[in-house]
Design a protein around this ligand. Structure first.
Ligand code: PLP
Length: 437
């Protein structure tokens, strides 16, 4: 079977595991493998163009700056944003923390430093800061399907500001239940995942955004599991902020992005302070650069940025529609197969529609770590544990699960081999299918 991302582009897919089995990599939801072009771009940047960005006039500094900004354009294009709306961060976790920290700072009255300009501009920035101010009586809405990265920063923010943390519960099959009354006129922030990293369920973004906008709340989309797998247009989705990570979208580790509407970023004080994020510094006072530089303090991971830009170009070259179609077929095949295996329960929707290719499952009577080990010995790399999403596991009545996840380099044959291996797992533990009948 041909794959949208040619397998020969990915050196890691051709290795074996101890014991000699060929690797079948089904853990791209945790971190994806990288094509050679991404690693070549990182190496080239480090070997030939390494220089500090925006800090020098020599050739290497200039080349680095050009590559750094070109990557921003590529990543912006992948997600339907403008380049100045993309802030480089270490990963999605940092991007989500950045928003929560800055809202905390604004809530403590520390936004003043960026309210500059003429009267009209100052009024506009102050009005936006008011939208981003949390007080007792206000609330932040999340969902019970969140990765801890989009849960704990909001928990902490609520503890610090006295706001209330609320959440949408889940339907029986783990979809977000957009019940009435959770978002109300006191809601200031609505933060939710685009795609669950456990069930693969795609959230009803339009509905949640419409409800949030109706009460003037800002929206934060955790797009970690969507950007690498489906076409994402952040302007069309009309969210205020979004976060995603390079290492899940065929790019390097150590780099991610925060998307923010320009007017919001402009009204936000810096998160970290230091070099590269300033205009004028005096001993008693500093003025800050405009976004995105305002949020990129210190020497940045230039090679990783360049690699993320090349990963974005790689995905756009193969086409996000093609990626989506291919992964839909893999997910359909996996769901059809897993639901046939006695003693194995899919956590989440069992129809491939409105869900993507992260497929968590519970093997009755076998701990996920044992499932993972048995499969690893046969070459299958899957994720086991709570996947940094404990509340949704509680919802399904389990502490942990096993999870297979797909990328544009996986084949239908790999899915079939995985299904055969999974069907045998319980027998290694003396649990025969007959017991279940
Ligand atoms: N959100 C979701 C839905 C995820 O799947 C992950 C990673 O697994 C994260 C956030 C955090 O990403 P990172 O560890 O790259 O910051």
């Amino acid at each position: 079977m041909s794959t949208p991302a040619p397998r020969e582009d990915f050196p890691a897919l051709h290795r074996t595991v101890p014991g000699g089995e060929t690797l079948v990599y089904l853990d791209s939801g945790a971190t994806s493998q990288k094509p050679q072009v991404v690693m070549d771009a990182v190496t080239h940047q480090e070997m030939h163009s390494n220089g500090a960005v925006k800090r020098g006039s020599h050739t290497l500094a200039a080349e680095s700056t050009i590559a750094y900004e070109k990557a921003r354009e590529s990543v912006a294009r992948l997600v339907g944003a403008d380049p100045e709306e993309i802030v480089w961060t270490k990963n999605s976790t940092e991007a989500l923390n950045l928003i929560a920290y800055v809202i905390d700072d604004i809530s403590r009255g520390r936004g003043e430093a960026v309210v500059r300009g003429g009267r009209k501009k100052k009024e506009r920035l102050s009005a936006i800061q008011e939208r981003l101010t949390l007080r007792e009586g206000d609330n932040v809405v999340i969902t019970a399907a969140e990765h801890h990265a989009n849960l704990i920063p909001w928990q902490e923010l609520c503890i610090r500001t006295g706001a209330e943390l609320r959440w949408f519960d889940l339907t029986e099959d783990g979809r977000i239940d957009v019940a009435d009354g959770v978002i109300d006129e006191n809601t200031k922030v609505v933060a939710f995942t685009h795609v669950s990293n456990v069930t693969g369920a795609v959230s009803p973004v339009d509905e949640i955004v419409a409800r949030a906008q109706a009460v003037g709340a800002v929206t934060v989309l955790d797009a970690c599991q969507s950007v690498p797998h489906i076409p994402v247009d952040l302007h069309a989705l009309d969210v205020d902020f979004a976060a995603f990570s390079g290492h899940k979208m065929l790019g390097p580790t150590g780099i991610g992005a925060l998307y923010g509407r320009t007017e919001l970023l402009e009204a936000m004080p810096p998160f970290l302070f230091g070099g590269s994020m300033v205009e004028i510094v005096r001993m008693d006072k500093t003025t800050y650069a405009n976004p995105p530089a305002r949020f990129e303090a210190g020497t940045q991971p230039v090679a990783q940025v360049v690699g993320m830009g090349v990963a974005a170009e790689y995905l756009m070259n193969i086409g996000m529609d093609a990626v989506e179609r291919h992964e839909y077929e893999l997910t359909k095949r996996a769901l059809e197969g897993i639901t046939q295996i006695p003693g194995v329960r899919v956590l989440g929707p069992t129809s491939p529609d409105q869900r993507l290719g992260v497929v968590a499952f519970d093997v009755e009577g076998v701990h996920p770590h044992d499932v993972g080990q048995v499969l690893d010995a046969q070459g299958f790399a899957i994720r086991v544990g709570h996947h940094c999403a404990q509340p949704i596991h509680q919802h399904f009545g389990v502490h942990a699960s096993s999870r297979a996840s797909f990328a544009p380099y996986n084949t239908a044959e790999e899915v079939d081999r995985f299904l055969e291996a999974l069907a045998r797992v319980r027998s290694y533990f003396g649990l025969e299918d007959e017991e279940l009948r």
